[in-house]
Design a protein around this ligand. Structure first.
Ligand SMILES: Cc1cc2nc3c(=O)[nH]c(=O)nc-3n(C[C@H](O)[C@H](O)[C@H](O)COP(=O)(O)OP(=O)(O)OC[C@H]3O[C@@H](n4cnc5c(N)ncnc54)[C@H](O)[C@@H]3O)c2cc1C
Length: 373
Protein backbone atom coordinates (compact mmCIF):
# COMPACT_ATOMS: atom_id res chain seq x y z
CA UNK A 1 0.00 0.00 0.00
CA UNK A 2 1.31 3.45 -0.81
CA UNK A 3 0.41 6.79 0.70
CA UNK A 4 -0.11 9.78 -1.56
CA UNK A 5 -0.60 13.34 -0.50
CA UNK A 6 -2.57 14.96 -3.30
CA UNK A 7 -2.46 18.55 -2.16
CA UNK A 8 -0.57 20.03 -5.12
CA UNK A 9 -0.78 23.81 -4.87
CA UNK A 10 -1.30 24.88 -8.45
CA UNK A 11 -3.11 27.77 -10.02
CA UNK A 12 -4.78 25.81 -12.79
CA UNK A 13 -8.04 25.65 -10.86
CA UNK A 14 -8.40 29.38 -11.13
CA UNK A 15 -8.54 29.17 -14.90
CA UNK A 16 -11.82 30.85 -15.84
CA UNK A 17 -14.35 28.25 -16.92
CA UNK A 18 -16.69 28.61 -19.85
CA UNK A 19 -19.63 27.52 -17.75
CA UNK A 20 -22.09 29.82 -16.02
CA UNK A 21 -23.75 27.35 -13.75
CA UNK A 22 -23.97 29.56 -10.72
CA UNK A 23 -23.54 33.02 -9.38
CA UNK A 24 -20.43 32.02 -7.41
CA UNK A 25 -17.82 34.74 -7.34
CA UNK A 26 -14.56 34.24 -9.23
CA UNK A 27 -12.75 36.11 -6.42
CA UNK A 28 -10.39 33.60 -4.81
CA UNK A 29 -11.81 32.36 -1.50
CA UNK A 30 -10.18 33.57 1.70
CA UNK A 31 -9.45 29.94 2.60
CA UNK A 32 -8.73 27.60 -0.30
CA UNK A 33 -10.03 24.19 0.70
CA UNK A 34 -9.30 20.76 -0.73
CA UNK A 35 -12.40 18.67 -1.43
CA UNK A 36 -12.66 15.01 -2.36
CA UNK A 37 -15.59 14.39 -4.71
CA UNK A 38 -16.41 10.71 -5.14
CA UNK A 39 -18.24 9.71 -8.34
CA UNK A 40 -17.90 11.41 -11.75
CA UNK A 41 -21.49 11.16 -12.93
CA UNK A 42 -23.20 14.42 -13.79
CA UNK A 43 -23.85 15.20 -10.08
CA UNK A 44 -20.21 14.75 -9.06
CA UNK A 45 -18.90 16.68 -12.07
CA UNK A 46 -21.36 19.56 -11.54
CA UNK A 47 -20.29 19.70 -7.89
CA UNK A 48 -16.55 19.54 -8.65
CA UNK A 49 -16.75 22.19 -11.39
CA UNK A 50 -18.60 24.60 -9.15
CA UNK A 51 -16.05 24.22 -6.34
CA UNK A 52 -13.17 24.74 -8.75
CA UNK A 53 -14.87 27.83 -10.21
CA UNK A 54 -15.09 29.18 -6.66
CA UNK A 55 -11.30 28.80 -6.36
CA UNK A 56 -11.11 25.58 -4.34
CA UNK A 57 -9.07 22.49 -5.04
CA UNK A 58 -10.89 19.28 -5.92
CA UNK A 59 -9.80 15.69 -6.41
CA UNK A 60 -12.49 13.73 -8.24
CA UNK A 61 -12.51 9.93 -7.91
CA UNK A 62 -14.23 7.65 -10.43
CA UNK A 63 -14.50 3.87 -10.33
CA UNK A 64 -14.88 3.50 -14.10
CA UNK A 65 -12.42 4.35 -16.87
CA UNK A 66 -14.23 7.58 -17.80
CA UNK A 67 -16.71 10.04 -16.29
CA UNK A 68 -20.41 9.82 -17.16
CA UNK A 69 -21.98 7.33 -14.73
CA UNK A 70 -25.50 6.46 -15.86
CA UNK A 71 -25.19 8.87 -18.78
CA UNK A 72 -23.34 6.05 -20.51
CA UNK A 73 -22.72 5.21 -24.16
CA UNK A 74 -21.32 1.99 -25.60
CA UNK A 75 -19.38 1.82 -28.87
CA UNK A 76 -20.01 -1.22 -31.06
CA UNK A 77 -19.05 -2.21 -34.60
CA UNK A 78 -22.55 -1.05 -35.63
CA UNK A 79 -22.54 2.32 -33.90
CA UNK A 80 -23.16 3.81 -30.48
CA UNK A 81 -25.86 2.95 -27.99
CA UNK A 82 -26.93 5.04 -25.03
CA UNK A 83 -27.06 2.26 -22.48
CA UNK A 84 -28.29 4.47 -19.62
CA UNK A 85 -30.10 7.82 -19.88
CA UNK A 86 -31.79 8.14 -23.26
CA UNK A 87 -32.37 11.88 -23.28
CA UNK A 88 -32.80 14.71 -20.82
CA UNK A 89 -35.29 17.48 -20.28
CA UNK A 90 -34.52 21.03 -19.13
CA UNK A 91 -36.91 22.66 -16.67
CA UNK A 92 -34.63 24.66 -14.35
CA UNK A 93 -32.95 27.90 -15.53
CA UNK A 94 -29.69 26.91 -13.83
CA UNK A 95 -29.43 23.76 -15.96
CA UNK A 96 -30.47 25.72 -19.05
CA UNK A 97 -27.71 28.26 -18.38
CA UNK A 98 -25.05 25.57 -18.01
CA UNK A 99 -26.15 24.00 -21.29
CA UNK A 100 -26.01 27.34 -23.10
CA UNK A 101 -22.24 27.24 -22.60
CA UNK A 102 -22.04 24.05 -24.71
CA UNK A 103 -24.11 25.16 -27.73
CA UNK A 104 -23.06 22.48 -30.24
CA UNK A 105 -22.95 19.49 -27.93
CA UNK A 106 -26.64 18.84 -27.32
CA UNK A 107 -29.43 18.64 -29.86
CA UNK A 108 -33.19 18.27 -29.57
CA UNK A 109 -34.37 14.81 -30.54
CA UNK A 110 -37.72 14.35 -32.21
CA UNK A 111 -38.90 12.12 -29.43
CA UNK A 112 -42.16 14.03 -29.55
CA UNK A 113 -42.90 10.94 -31.63
CA UNK A 114 -42.99 9.07 -28.33
CA UNK A 115 -45.93 6.69 -28.21
CA UNK A 116 -47.45 4.91 -25.26
CA UNK A 117 -48.02 1.32 -26.35
CA UNK A 118 -50.08 -1.46 -24.86
CA UNK A 119 -48.70 -4.96 -24.33
CA UNK A 120 -49.31 -5.88 -27.98
CA UNK A 121 -47.60 -2.86 -29.46
CA UNK A 122 -50.86 -1.02 -30.15
CA UNK A 123 -50.84 2.71 -29.55
CA UNK A 124 -52.72 3.31 -26.32
CA UNK A 125 -51.95 7.02 -26.14
CA UNK A 126 -49.85 9.28 -28.35
CA UNK A 127 -47.83 12.02 -26.71
CA UNK A 128 -48.65 15.39 -28.21
CA UNK A 129 -45.99 17.08 -30.34
CA UNK A 130 -44.79 20.39 -28.95
CA UNK A 131 -44.52 19.20 -25.37
CA UNK A 132 -41.23 19.79 -23.56
CA UNK A 133 -38.14 19.11 -25.69
CA UNK A 134 -36.09 15.95 -25.35
CA UNK A 135 -32.35 16.65 -25.62
CA UNK A 136 -29.46 14.31 -26.39
CA UNK A 137 -25.72 14.91 -26.29
CA UNK A 138 -23.81 13.89 -29.39
CA UNK A 139 -22.25 11.64 -30.44
CA UNK A 140 -23.47 9.89 -27.26
CA UNK A 141 -25.06 10.84 -23.94
CA UNK A 142 -21.69 10.46 -22.18
CA UNK A 143 -20.32 13.41 -24.18
CA UNK A 144 -21.92 16.05 -21.95
CA UNK A 145 -20.29 14.88 -18.72
CA UNK A 146 -17.00 14.21 -20.54
CA UNK A 147 -17.05 17.80 -21.81
CA UNK A 148 -17.77 19.30 -18.41
CA UNK A 149 -15.15 17.07 -16.77
CA UNK A 150 -12.41 17.98 -19.26
CA UNK A 151 -11.10 21.04 -17.33
CA UNK A 152 -10.82 18.80 -14.23
CA UNK A 153 -8.72 16.21 -16.08
CA UNK A 154 -5.56 16.67 -14.01
CA UNK A 155 -7.51 16.05 -10.83
CA UNK A 156 -9.80 13.28 -12.07
CA UNK A 157 -8.61 9.89 -10.89
CA UNK A 158 -10.31 7.14 -12.91
CA UNK A 159 -10.37 3.35 -12.53
CA UNK A 160 -10.27 4.01 -8.81
CA UNK A 161 -12.94 2.93 -6.38
CA UNK A 162 -13.12 4.69 -3.03
CA UNK A 163 -13.48 1.94 -0.43
CA UNK A 164 -13.22 3.79 2.88
CA UNK A 165 -13.33 7.25 4.41
CA UNK A 166 -11.38 7.74 7.61
CA UNK A 167 -9.76 10.53 9.66
CA UNK A 168 -6.46 11.68 8.16
CA UNK A 169 -3.61 9.85 9.92
CA UNK A 170 -1.53 13.07 10.10
CA UNK A 171 -4.30 15.61 10.73
CA UNK A 172 -7.46 14.18 12.33
CA UNK A 173 -9.40 17.35 11.45
CA UNK A 174 -9.19 16.26 7.82
CA UNK A 175 -10.24 13.11 5.94
CA UNK A 176 -8.31 10.51 4.01
CA UNK A 177 -9.68 8.04 1.48
CA UNK A 178 -8.66 4.45 0.85
CA UNK A 179 -9.01 3.34 -2.73
CA UNK A 180 -8.75 0.18 -4.82
CA UNK A 181 -7.55 0.32 -8.43
CA UNK A 182 -8.33 -1.95 -11.38
CA UNK A 183 -5.24 -4.05 -10.68
CA UNK A 184 -6.17 -4.38 -6.99
CA UNK A 185 -3.58 -1.75 -6.12
CA UNK A 186 -4.50 0.14 -2.96
CA UNK A 187 -3.75 3.74 -2.15
CA UNK A 188 -4.49 6.29 0.53
CA UNK A 189 -5.25 9.89 -0.51
CA UNK A 190 -5.07 12.34 2.37
CA UNK A 191 -5.53 15.96 3.38
CA UNK A 192 -9.19 16.57 2.45
CA UNK A 193 -11.13 19.29 4.24
CA UNK A 194 -14.41 17.61 3.27
CA UNK A 195 -15.67 14.55 1.38
CA UNK A 196 -18.59 14.89 -1.04
CA UNK A 197 -20.21 11.66 -2.20
CA UNK A 198 -21.99 11.56 -5.57
CA UNK A 199 -22.42 7.79 -5.84
CA UNK A 200 -25.55 5.61 -5.72
CA UNK A 201 -27.22 5.12 -2.31
CA UNK A 202 -25.95 1.57 -1.66
CA UNK A 203 -22.34 2.80 -2.07
CA UNK A 204 -23.08 5.91 -0.01
CA UNK A 205 -24.35 3.79 2.87
CA UNK A 206 -21.22 1.62 2.83
CA UNK A 207 -18.86 4.60 2.60
CA UNK A 208 -20.63 6.31 5.51
CA UNK A 209 -19.80 3.23 7.60
CA UNK A 210 -23.47 2.55 8.26
CA UNK A 211 -23.90 5.75 10.22
CA UNK A 212 -20.50 5.98 11.92
CA UNK A 213 -19.31 9.00 9.89
CA UNK A 214 -22.55 10.98 9.76
CA UNK A 215 -25.53 9.59 11.64
CA UNK A 216 -27.77 12.40 10.36
CA UNK A 217 -27.05 11.69 6.67
CA UNK A 218 -27.29 7.92 7.14
CA UNK A 219 -30.67 8.34 8.78
CA UNK A 220 -32.00 10.54 5.94
CA UNK A 221 -30.89 8.17 3.19
CA UNK A 222 -32.19 5.04 4.87
CA UNK A 223 -35.65 5.14 3.17
CA UNK A 224 -34.21 5.74 -0.35
CA UNK A 225 -35.10 3.03 -2.88
CA UNK A 226 -33.77 2.64 -6.43
CA UNK A 227 -35.07 0.14 -8.98
CA UNK A 228 -32.78 -1.89 -11.25
CA UNK A 229 -33.04 -1.93 -15.05
CA UNK A 230 -32.06 -4.57 -17.60
CA UNK A 231 -31.19 -2.96 -20.93
CA UNK A 232 -31.01 -4.65 -24.33
CA UNK A 233 -29.16 -3.08 -27.27
CA UNK A 234 -29.62 -4.54 -30.75
CA UNK A 235 -28.45 -3.65 -34.27
CA UNK A 236 -29.93 -4.57 -37.67
CA UNK A 237 -27.40 -3.55 -40.36
CA UNK A 238 -29.38 -5.71 -42.81
CA UNK A 239 -32.02 -2.93 -42.97
CA UNK A 240 -29.50 -0.51 -44.45
CA UNK A 241 -27.96 -3.16 -46.68
CA UNK A 242 -31.42 -3.77 -48.16
CA UNK A 243 -31.65 -0.02 -48.82
CA UNK A 244 -34.49 0.34 -46.33
CA UNK A 245 -34.39 3.48 -44.22
CA UNK A 246 -35.39 1.39 -41.20
CA UNK A 247 -37.27 -1.69 -40.06
CA UNK A 248 -40.62 -1.90 -38.36
CA UNK A 249 -42.68 0.92 -36.88
CA UNK A 250 -42.74 4.55 -37.93
CA UNK A 251 -42.18 5.86 -34.42
CA UNK A 252 -38.74 6.37 -32.89
CA UNK A 253 -39.44 6.03 -29.19
CA UNK A 254 -42.17 4.58 -27.03
CA UNK A 255 -43.18 3.91 -23.49
CA UNK A 256 -44.74 0.51 -23.14
CA UNK A 257 -47.12 -1.21 -20.78
CA UNK A 258 -45.78 -4.65 -21.81
CA UNK A 259 -44.97 -6.36 -18.50
CA UNK A 260 -41.34 -6.88 -19.56
CA UNK A 261 -40.66 -3.58 -21.30
CA UNK A 262 -40.93 0.03 -20.16
CA UNK A 263 -39.16 1.91 -22.97
CA UNK A 264 -37.89 1.42 -26.54
CA UNK A 265 -35.97 3.86 -28.72
CA UNK A 266 -34.50 3.79 -32.18
CA UNK A 267 -30.92 4.89 -31.44
CA UNK A 268 -30.29 5.65 -35.10
CA UNK A 269 -33.00 8.33 -35.02
CA UNK A 270 -31.06 10.45 -32.52
CA UNK A 271 -29.07 13.39 -33.90
CA UNK A 272 -25.36 12.86 -34.53
CA UNK A 273 -25.65 9.05 -34.56
CA UNK A 274 -24.68 6.46 -37.18
CA UNK A 275 -27.59 5.54 -39.47
CA UNK A 276 -27.38 1.77 -38.92
CA UNK A 277 -30.74 0.61 -37.54
CA UNK A 278 -30.27 0.19 -33.78
CA UNK A 279 -32.69 -0.09 -30.88
CA UNK A 280 -32.35 0.19 -27.14
CA UNK A 281 -34.93 -1.42 -24.94
CA UNK A 282 -35.32 -0.95 -21.20
CA UNK A 283 -37.07 -3.58 -19.12
CA UNK A 284 -39.68 -2.50 -16.59
CA UNK A 285 -38.59 -1.97 -12.99
CA UNK A 286 -40.72 -4.89 -11.76
CA UNK A 287 -39.46 -7.32 -14.40
CA UNK A 288 -35.84 -6.18 -13.89
CA UNK A 289 -36.15 -6.76 -10.15
CA UNK A 290 -37.66 -10.22 -10.67
CA UNK A 291 -34.88 -11.16 -13.12
CA UNK A 292 -31.98 -9.44 -11.39
CA UNK A 293 -30.09 -12.71 -10.86
CA UNK A 294 -30.80 -14.14 -14.33
CA UNK A 295 -27.90 -14.61 -16.71
CA UNK A 296 -27.51 -12.28 -19.68
CA UNK A 297 -28.36 -14.81 -22.47
CA UNK A 298 -31.66 -15.69 -20.77
CA UNK A 299 -32.58 -12.03 -20.32
CA UNK A 300 -31.58 -11.28 -23.91
CA UNK A 301 -33.84 -14.04 -25.26
CA UNK A 302 -36.83 -12.87 -23.22
CA UNK A 303 -36.41 -9.21 -24.09
CA UNK A 304 -35.91 -10.01 -27.78
CA UNK A 305 -39.25 -11.84 -27.77
CA UNK A 306 -40.94 -8.85 -26.15
CA UNK A 307 -39.27 -6.52 -28.68
CA UNK A 308 -40.69 -8.57 -31.57
CA UNK A 309 -44.18 -8.55 -29.99
CA UNK A 310 -44.14 -4.78 -29.58
CA UNK A 311 -42.45 -3.66 -32.81
CA UNK A 312 -43.30 -6.49 -35.21
CA UNK A 313 -39.56 -6.76 -36.03
CA UNK A 314 -38.81 -10.49 -36.09
CA UNK A 315 -35.43 -10.23 -37.86
CA UNK A 316 -32.45 -11.65 -35.98
CA UNK A 317 -30.18 -8.79 -34.90
CA UNK A 318 -26.54 -8.92 -35.99
CA UNK A 319 -25.56 -7.53 -32.63
CA UNK A 320 -27.23 -7.98 -29.25
CA UNK A 321 -25.88 -6.90 -25.90
CA UNK A 322 -27.41 -6.55 -22.45
CA UNK A 323 -26.49 -4.43 -19.48
CA UNK A 324 -27.90 -4.70 -15.99
CA UNK A 325 -28.10 -1.48 -13.98
CA UNK A 326 -28.55 -2.58 -10.38
CA UNK A 327 -29.44 0.98 -9.36
CA UNK A 328 -31.16 2.75 -12.26
CA UNK A 329 -34.25 4.74 -11.33
CA UNK A 330 -35.18 6.31 -8.01
CA UNK A 331 -38.44 5.13 -6.52
CA UNK A 332 -38.18 6.79 -3.11
CA UNK A 333 -35.95 9.92 -3.07
CA UNK A 334 -34.44 11.73 -0.07
CA UNK A 335 -36.69 14.73 -0.66
CA UNK A 336 -33.92 17.38 -0.36
CA UNK A 337 -31.64 18.70 -3.11
CA UNK A 338 -28.51 17.47 -1.26
CA UNK A 339 -27.33 16.55 2.22
CA UNK A 340 -24.50 18.38 3.99
CA UNK A 341 -23.29 17.60 7.49
CA UNK A 342 -21.16 20.68 8.28
CA UNK A 343 -19.88 19.20 11.55
CA UNK A 344 -18.68 15.97 9.94
CA UNK A 345 -17.68 17.81 6.70
CA UNK A 346 -19.40 15.18 4.60
CA UNK A 347 -21.96 15.81 1.87
CA UNK A 348 -24.12 13.75 -0.47
CA UNK A 349 -25.52 14.50 -3.94
CA UNK A 350 -27.15 12.53 -6.74
CA UNK A 351 -30.37 12.31 -8.72
CA UNK A 352 -31.84 10.20 -5.93
CA UNK A 353 -31.85 13.20 -3.58
CA UNK A 354 -34.92 14.62 -5.34
CA UNK A 355 -35.81 12.47 -8.36
CA UNK A 356 -34.62 10.22 -11.13
CA UNK A 357 -33.56 12.45 -13.99
CA UNK A 358 -30.31 13.85 -15.39
CA UNK A 359 -31.42 17.36 -14.44
CA UNK A 360 -32.12 16.29 -10.84
CA UNK A 361 -28.55 14.96 -10.62
CA UNK A 362 -27.03 18.15 -12.05
CA UNK A 363 -29.00 20.39 -9.67
CA UNK A 364 -28.13 18.20 -6.71
CA UNK A 365 -24.39 18.40 -7.40
CA UNK A 366 -24.62 22.14 -7.95
CA UNK A 367 -26.60 22.79 -4.77
CA UNK A 368 -24.22 20.68 -2.66
CA UNK A 369 -21.24 22.69 -3.93
CA UNK A 370 -23.00 25.98 -3.20
CA UNK A 371 -23.93 24.78 0.31
CA UNK A 372 -20.33 23.82 1.00
CA UNK A 373 -18.92 27.08 -0.33
C1 LIG B 1 -31.26 2.65 -17.90
C2 LIG B 1 -31.40 4.07 -17.47
C3 LIG B 1 -32.19 4.94 -18.22
C4 LIG B 1 -32.32 6.29 -17.85
N1 LIG B 1 -33.05 7.14 -18.63
C5 LIG B 1 -33.09 8.46 -18.34
C6 LIG B 1 -33.69 9.38 -19.22
O1 LIG B 1 -34.13 9.01 -20.30
N2 LIG B 1 -33.73 10.70 -18.85
C7 LIG B 1 -33.18 11.14 -17.67
O2 LIG B 1 -33.23 12.36 -17.40
N3 LIG B 1 -32.58 10.29 -16.83
C8 LIG B 1 -32.50 8.96 -17.13
N4 LIG B 1 -31.84 8.10 -16.31
C9 LIG B 1 -31.32 8.60 -15.04
C10 LIG B 1 -30.00 9.38 -15.22
O3 LIG B 1 -29.07 8.58 -15.92
C11 LIG B 1 -29.50 9.72 -13.84
O4 LIG B 1 -30.47 10.55 -13.21
C12 LIG B 1 -28.15 10.48 -13.79
O5 LIG B 1 -27.28 10.06 -14.80
C13 LIG B 1 -27.57 10.25 -12.40
O6 LIG B 1 -26.36 10.95 -12.27
P1 LIG B 1 -25.55 10.88 -10.89
O7 LIG B 1 -24.32 11.67 -11.09
O8 LIG B 1 -26.46 11.24 -9.76
O9 LIG B 1 -25.21 9.34 -10.66
P2 LIG B 1 -24.38 8.33 -11.56
O10 LIG B 1 -24.50 8.70 -12.98
O11 LIG B 1 -24.81 6.97 -11.14
O12 LIG B 1 -22.86 8.58 -11.13
C14 LIG B 1 -22.26 7.96 -10.02
C15 LIG B 1 -20.79 7.71 -10.37
O13 LIG B 1 -20.12 7.23 -9.20
C16 LIG B 1 -19.21 6.22 -9.58
N5 LIG B 1 -18.93 5.44 -8.37
C17 LIG B 1 -19.79 4.62 -7.70
N6 LIG B 1 -19.19 4.13 -6.60
C18 LIG B 1 -17.94 4.66 -6.59
C19 LIG B 1 -16.83 4.53 -5.66
N7 LIG B 1 -16.91 3.79 -4.55
N8 LIG B 1 -15.69 5.21 -5.95
C20 LIG B 1 -15.58 5.99 -7.08
N9 LIG B 1 -16.60 6.13 -7.96
C21 LIG B 1 -17.77 5.48 -7.70
C22 LIG B 1 -19.95 5.47 -10.68
O14 LIG B 1 -19.05 4.71 -11.49
C23 LIG B 1 -20.61 6.63 -11.42
O15 LIG B 1 -19.79 7.12 -12.47
C24 LIG B 1 -31.67 6.76 -16.68
C25 LIG B 1 -30.86 5.88 -15.94
C26 LIG B 1 -30.72 4.56 -16.35
C27 LIG B 1 -29.79 3.65 -15.57
Amino acid sequence: MTTRATAKQTDRHRTPSTSRTSSTSRTPPTVRRHYAVVGAGIAGVACARTLVQAGHKVTLFEREAAPGGRMASIDTAFGRFDSGAQYFTVRDPRFALALEATPNLCRPWSANLVRVLDAHGRVAEAALPGRESHWVAQPGMDALVAHWAAPLAGDLITNTQVTQIEPDALDPKRWQLRTAGEDDSQHVYSGFDAVLLAVPPSRTRVLLGDGKLSASISQKIEPVRIAPCWTLMIAFPQANQANMSHLGPQWNAARSTHHRVAWLARESSKPGRERIERWTLQASATWSQEHLRDDAPRVEAKLLRAFAEITGIHAVPSHAQTRCWTEAQTQVPVGKSHLWDAKARIGVAGDWCTGHRVEDAFLSGLSLALAVI
